[in-house]
Design a protein around this ligand. Structure first.
Ligand code: GDP
Ligand code: MG
Length: 446
């Protein structure tokens, strides 16, 4: 990663108090390579390097930092800035301020993720903004494309306006708009056809749709994995359409996020959302700071810490720490509280994604559904016990185990597994009583 690269170079210039043309040269070369490896387009890299150099020249290196750390800080800041980090938050807000239905047009190459995004965005608008959403497909080239939008709309629990490959895109748009007005939809999402590469006909078609519909949002949907190509595609779409924003998809993949830099610089439009998975809940607001961290290869530690802090019930955690300190016994009630907190942290895979790449790889793939089911089963088992049993699980006999298993809709083996797991946690707690836990809790509070 860039951080590792710099650490290596930095050794040679340690002890110098100022970043200069000559001591920065090696570092800038490393940054250039790292940016290229992160799939940032060449012209964008050049521009960035120039900015970084200008910013860094003559910078006094604080005594607490090495020159390399100082430079990484500057690179991080510049990256964040370039992808919109200095824009006010509302620039990335979705704009629906118009006479309903607010029309959202999705444009981009084939396979960019438009149809998936139509479902994700629709679900998000319904759940987060309480909007009544209709989708329609103007992709008349592949019959399967229309079916696909119908499927994702159903999954997203939003309405779908049927179309057929025999119709003209403009006719489809007209009919869908009429229907949306008649039935008081807040939002109409229009999915369009894409080609594998830019072509005149496709561009004209989507441009005609834009002129006819006059959408409040025209999003360029782009695959974060395309890397260097992002510049050309973004340029072509940006010239043909009055884009209002960008949606970056497949940010969950191997991509290092370089496309984000390129697209933002070329279009000058805010990246508003990002797709982070094939499933419909893999959709988030775009966070420039986090993306800059990803490009730098540092992982999104900051936001991981925030997330944990936000979701752990601080009061309960403190009470628990207190209890540990006083030397009370760890019970299944505490165990259940802890599970509930884990559940509150949301999707496991999204938490793991925020870890630096090395850790995330070690953690491997987490199946959210599996993990949630497991948690629910464990809770059901604990709920089927009497309060006395929760405090003193060792009194649970075979006949009670069978009753508990039946009550929780599971097997005696599962009950045994849970009791064993609990016993191990209790052992661990005993060891942590010596102060380790208190320290952890203080970290959460700070
Ligand atoms: P379209 O041709 O632009 O409509 O693209 P699709 O919506 O059909 O998506 C193309 C492929 O990319 C499908 O296999 C999707 O499941 C996948 N895809 C879309 N968005 C994401 C994403 O955010 N992450 C991942 N991993 N896959 C995605
Ligand atoms: Mg499609």
């Amino acid at each position: 990663s860039l951080t590792q690269r710099l650490t290596k170079v930095v050794k040679t210039i340690r002890g110098q108090a100022r970043l200069t043309e000559s001591n920065m040269q090696d570092m800038l070369r490393e940054i250039r390579i790292a940016l290229l490896e992160a799939d940032v387009a060449i012209p964008v890299v050049k521009d960035l390097i120039a900015r970084i150099k200008e910013k860094a020249l003559g910078t006094e290196v604080q005594t607490s930092l090495t020159p390399g750390q100082a430079l990484v800080g500057i690179v991080h800041d510049e990256l964040t800035k370039v992808i919109g980090g200095e824009d006010p938050e509302n620039v990335r807000e979705i704009n629906l301020a118009t006479q309903p239905p607010a029309i959202i047009l999705l444009a981009g190459l084939q396979g960019a993720g438009k149809t998936t995004t139509a479902g994700k965005l629709g679900k998000w608008l319904k759940e987060e903004k309480k909007k009544k959403v209709l989708t329609v497909s103007a992709d008349v080239y592949r019959p399967a494309a229309i079916d696909q939008l119908q499927t994702v709309s159903q999954q997203a629990n939003i309405d779908f306006f049927p179309s057929t490959p025999n119709e003209k895109p403009l006719d489809i748009a007209r009919k869908a708009l009429e229907y949306a007005k008649l039935h008081y939809y807040d939002v109409l999402i229009v999915d369009t056809a894409g080609r594998l590469a830019i072509d005149e006909q496709m561009m004209n078609e989507v441009s005609d749709l834009e002129k006819f519909l006059n959408p409040i949002e025209t999003f360029f949907v782009v695959d974060a994995m395309v890397g260097q190509d992002a510049v050309n595609t973004a340029k072509a779409f940006g010239e043909k359409l009055p884009l209002t924003g960008v949606i970056l998809t497949k940010v969950d993949g191997d991509s290092r996020g370089g496309a984000a830099l390129s697209v933002r610089m070329v279009t000058g439009k805010p990246i508003k959302f990002m797709g982070v998975g094939e499933k419909l809940n893999g959709f988030q607001r775009f966070d420039p700071q986090a993306m800059a961290g990803r490009i730098l290869g540092m992982g999104d530690i900051v936001s991981l810490v925030d997330e944990v802090r936000k979701n752990v019930d601080i009061e309960k955690a403190q009470k628990f720490a207190e209890k540990m300190r006083k030397g009370d016994d760890f019970t299944l009630e505490d165990f259940k509280d802890q599970l509930a907190q884990v559940k509150n942290m949301g999707s496991f895979s999204s938490l793991i994604e925020k870890l630096p790449a090395q850790f995330a790889q070690a953690a491997g793939q987490v199946d959210d559904e599996q993990a949630k089911k497991q948690l629910a089963r464990t809770e059901a088992i604990i709920d089927s016990m009497t309060p006395h049993e929760r405090r003193k699980p060792e009194i649970i006999k075979a006949s009670r185990k069978r009753r508990i298993a039946a009550g929780a809709g599971t097997t005696v083996q599962e009950v045994n597994r849970l009791l064993k797991q609990f016993e191990q946690s209790r052992e661990m707690m005993k060891m942590m009583k010596k102060g380790g836990m208190g320290k952890m809790m203080r970290a959460f509070r700070s």
